[in-house]
Design a protein around this ligand. Structure first.
Ligand code: GTP
Ligand code: MG
Length: 565
């Protein structure tokens, strides 16, 4: 293990390059946050970019020159991205970004309805580019050179073969962790596409609700999203993103809107409204398909697929704590450049050993797992993250946020006010191993995890796993986790600690067939039955029998098939 503890000069260089590339504070002085956008600025910047953008379906990327030529007549185009959506056939799209929202609005306003089809004429940023000859407008030839068309995939996971090759070819585990993060995290196009999906909903209802905002939250915006993650969207009818202006506070208006009286209790009213929005999305919004209403859940949602963005969307109207929780996670991710790569690796590991599952059930969710990582980073002897309690204490008056149902989500939005400086210099591979060791010894039976306190508390009930909900401290984030799944997590973290420790102590060796080198994270991500057994592993005390693991796996598979989807 000592070989792991020493960080080589090469690793440090790699680390510094990574920090510069990601505009992150260096490991030597983590905790600084100067010059980076805070969450609201990040959201605001992307919302504006979405207002400047249109998505045009084309026959192929070869249409770009013609499209650019045509669309430049509405304003100056700053950027263009080409992406594909694969259905029965491959569909091509180009996202164009104008300099201003009014230019994008002019392009959208110039759209016409397709006379050959009998669709409802809905205006939205989703358009298609038809062959020349049908229109009256003759585009001016534009002398400016078109910005390079960037060909990216904003939705699909990177090619797995390519990723495995990168991990195999990395210099050490540290580099593997960084590569994994770099090649699986949601890219810039993916974020833009998600903000466009949000804008489409917002614009669709703007006539009746001009102050309504459809705001992305969750992994699409908290910096922990990977390519292909869903879009969590909350429709907010109030407009209290920040404090009210002092003029509005001092002189409240005497004109009050007449509104419809609530006919039933809050929850059934919300369900009824959501049903109605679900119908509207289904019937009118271009690209929206497979609309499902899940109205009996604790937080009622409408799920749909967006076929022009190849995106799954979960729309809610009453989960503002989720929105603020995303802000907390965003802040944690920004505070130290190790936080996100470490979390990505742990999430990937959990996925490969079947601890997490895309459908909800009795297993740990990605969100709960992320909370476990944050807590681990808080409770270290040299903490890498501050507690949420410290963030709350450092709040100023402008940080005050209370949800409609009275939940206090007040905490500082300026981490510099904390004066928190981590002196922890551990490398990513050290932290990864420490994470597995920490949870293999954690007393889930008696202790609860509190990110507010940054230390374990007594468990208030008999849930198998208890993670205090940071914003609603009487609730348990991991209430869904069954005893079997909690036990399986303990077994898997022990095995992972054991595999990783062996990886670190041994030089890389080729697999038995001698064809492909499998080492480091690649062995960690393997199913136990496929793991390479290194000679010295036989001398290590095995904490679990392989047969136990198979039994556990089968138990997991059974619960998976009976779980609600
Ligand atoms: P993936 O969708 O798996 O990529 O991760 P995610 O972080 O987006 O998780 P999910 O879609 O399940 O939840 C979306 C967001 O809602 C999370 O990021 C949290 O901010 C928030 N959230 C989810 N569950 C809870 C909870 O139990 N309590 C609170 N306060 N927030 C939650
Ligand atoms: Mg999500």
């Amino acid at each position: 293990m000592n070989s792991l503890v020493r960080r080589s000069a090469q690793q440090l260089n790699l680390w510094r390059t990574y920090c510069v590339k990601h505009n992150a504070p260096e490991a030597a002085s983590p905790g600084r946050n100067a010059g980076k956008p805070n969450y609201e600025e990040f959201i605001g910047r992307h919302q504006r970019r979405a207002q400047c953008s249109i998505v045009v379906q084309v026959s192929s990327e070869k249409s770009y020159a013609e499209l650019y030529n045509y669309c430049s007549s509405f304003g100056s185009i700053l950027g263009a991205h080409h992406y594909c959506v694969r259905q029965d056939e491959t569909l091509h799209y180009i996202l164009l970004e104008y300099a201003t929202p009014s230019e994008a609005a002019a392009a959208i306003g110039a759209g016409v309805t397709n006379g050959e089809l009998s669709g409802v004429p809905v205006r939205s940023p989703f358009l298609w580019f038809r062959a020349a000859g049908g229109g009256k407008r003759s585009p001016k030839l534009v002398p400016n050179p078109a910005p390079t068309l960037l060909s990216l995939d904003g939705t699909r996971l990177a090619d797995q073969g390519h990723l495995l090759g990168l991990l195999r070819g990395a210099a050490d585990i540290e580099e593997q962790v960084l590569q994994l993060h770099e090649h699986t995290r949601l890219n810039e196009l993916g974020v833009r596409m998600r903000f466009l999906a949000a804008l489409q909903v917002q614009q669709a209802i703007a006539g009746m609700f001009p102050a309504a905002q459809a705001q992305p939250f969750g992994s699409s915006v908290n910096g922990f999203g990977r390519m292909g993650c869903d879009l969590d969207l909350i429709l907010r009818f109030d407009n209290d993103m920040g404090a009210k202006s002092s003029l509005e506070e001092a002189v409240p208006s005497r004109l009050v809107y007449h509104t419809k009286e609530n006919l039933s209790n809050g929850r059934s009213q919300t369900q009824r409204h959501m049903e109605c929005f679900g119908d509207m999305l289904h019937l009118f919004l271009p690209g929206v398909c497979h609309v499902r209403r899940i109205l009996q859940a604790r937080v009622p949602i409408i799920k749909y697929h967006h076929e022009h963005l190849d995106l799954e969307v979960d729309l809610s109207m009453s989960n503002l704590t989720g929105f603020y929780m995303s802000e907390l996670l965003y802040m944690f991710g920004e505070m130290d450049p190790r936080v996100r790569p470490l979390t990505f690796t742990i999430r990937r590991w959990a996925q490969t050993c079947g601890l997490t599952n895309p459908s909800p059930g009795r297993w740990i969710s990605n969100f709960s797992l992320t909370c476990l990582v944050m807590f681990f980073l808080q409770q270290l002897r040299q903490p890498i993250l501050p507690t949420i309690g410290a963030l709350t204490k450092a709040a100023e008056s402008g940080d005050s946020r209370v949800t409609e149902d009275g939940i206090n989500c007040t905490f500082t939005r300026n981490v510099d006010r904390l004066g928190f400086r981590s002196r922890n210099q551990s490398s990513l591979s050290e932290l990864l191993l420490q994470f597995f060791e920490f949870y293999s010894q954690f007393d889930f039976h008696n202790r609860a995890i509190s990110l507010n306190e940054g230390k374990p508390l007594s468990k208030p009930d008999h849930s198998a796993m208890y993670i205090v909900n940071p914003l609603e401290q009487l609730l348990n984030v991991s209430k869904n986790v069954s005893l079997e799944e909690c036990e399986r997590l303990r077994i898997e973290v022990r095995n992972a600690a054991w595999v990783l420790e062996s990886e670190v102590e041994n030089a890389s060796v080729p697999e038995a067939d001698g064809q492909e080198l499998s080492w480091g994270l690649l062995n960690l991500f393997k199913h136990p039955e496929k793991a390479v057994i290194r000679p010295n592993m036989f001398f290590k005390p095995r904490m679990v029998e392989v047969s136990d693991l198979f039994e556990q796996k089968e138990a997991g598979a059974t619960s998976s098939s009976t779980a609600p989807t």
